[in-house]
Design a protein around this ligand. Sequence first.
Ligand SMILES: Cc1cc2nc3c(=O)[nH]c(=O)nc-3n(C[C@H](O)[C@H](O)[C@H](O)COP(=O)(O)O)c2cc1C
Length: 360
Amino acid sequence: MTPIPLRGNNPPWIKKIYTPAELLSLQSDFLPITEKSITALQQRLLRDNPGSYLKADGSIGILIDGQERLIALGNTNNAGLPNHGFDVSLELAEGILLERPDKRILFSTGGNTVESYDNSIIVVAKFVKSHLIFEGKIFDETNDSCPNQVTDSQLKGYSSAQVGRNPELIYEIMSNARKIIDKMGIQLPISVKLTPNMGGNDRGSGKSVDIWDAADAALSAGADAITNANTYAVIRYQFDSKTGKYVLRDGEKVPVHQYPNCGLGGAVIFDNTIANTKYLREKMVANGYGDKPIFFTGGISSPRDIAEAFMAGASLVQVGNYKYERLKFISEIDRSIHEYFSSLQLPGQQETKFLESHID
Ligand SMILES: Cc1cc2nc3c(=O)[nH]c(=O)nc-3n(C[C@H](O)[C@H](O)[C@H](O)COP(=O)(O)O)c2cc1C
């Protein structure tokens, strides 16, 4: 998940999207971007960034040290999987937890076959087993939604990004993980990271999948939490000046992931993430999973967004793209968040937790 660039890693490829026209050109079945939703997005960014202003092309400017900067409406990323693998991640985790016992670490695991999903859990579980002092401080997030994983026949023709659209596979992967952890007799809570790409065509079958069915599969297989959610599939359209409409580029087909290695995140997806969080929370309460947390990831770009995420039913928030927009966001938030929340007078006691970084 959103790796903080480590020395030696490839820098992530992130394309910032500044204008409504560019945003519309990425329209997909899964993320309905309308004129109305873009206006709401602009208003939210203008409200949350004091001193910002709307430009003629619909982008949002802000003066920083006398220089104009643009605030991204969203970003597409294609990070690949720029990490050093388990050995380095485990060593890093060990160092962090020894030095800062107050910290918690959430690993992100996944695979391109059911077996490799299982193996990645085994590695983390063995690590906990051999470091029992870290028990309760290490969590795992099974990534059932990674746009960078390729399809494998063992995933029944689904890529990791599409596993999240297949409740049977989610169930199989999560129940294997539960068995592995229980057999080792350790505590290793697992969250399942869902894909938001649920509507529209399912590899041409026209089947639409309800995100609750995906969450339900994970929870009934023993997931301790749900992570809502990964990036959106994007489909590139081009503007046809003759008709004034956006059309698919000539000859392009429309699979679930037109660009399998590319996902759309950032401010533009926030409202959808909120809507899915509210929906999932309602369904979880109604189906006896009211005590299970939702981890919110999708579009956070201000302290106010974090408050909204908690009010929608999240228990923990993750910040992805915005770290690249404003590197200091998390440390700034960390300092001011308690003050901020008390000024909002939210109902009930809210606990704020931040994942500063992710170890893949
Ligand atoms: C550069 C980059 C790399 C990412 N890598 C991963 C990853 O390896 N695994 C994962 O589950 N999500 C990954 N994500 C997705 C984020 O964790 C997050 O779920 C998504 O970007 C939506 O949140 P945001 O709008 O705050 O960015 C990545 C995002 C970015 C921008």
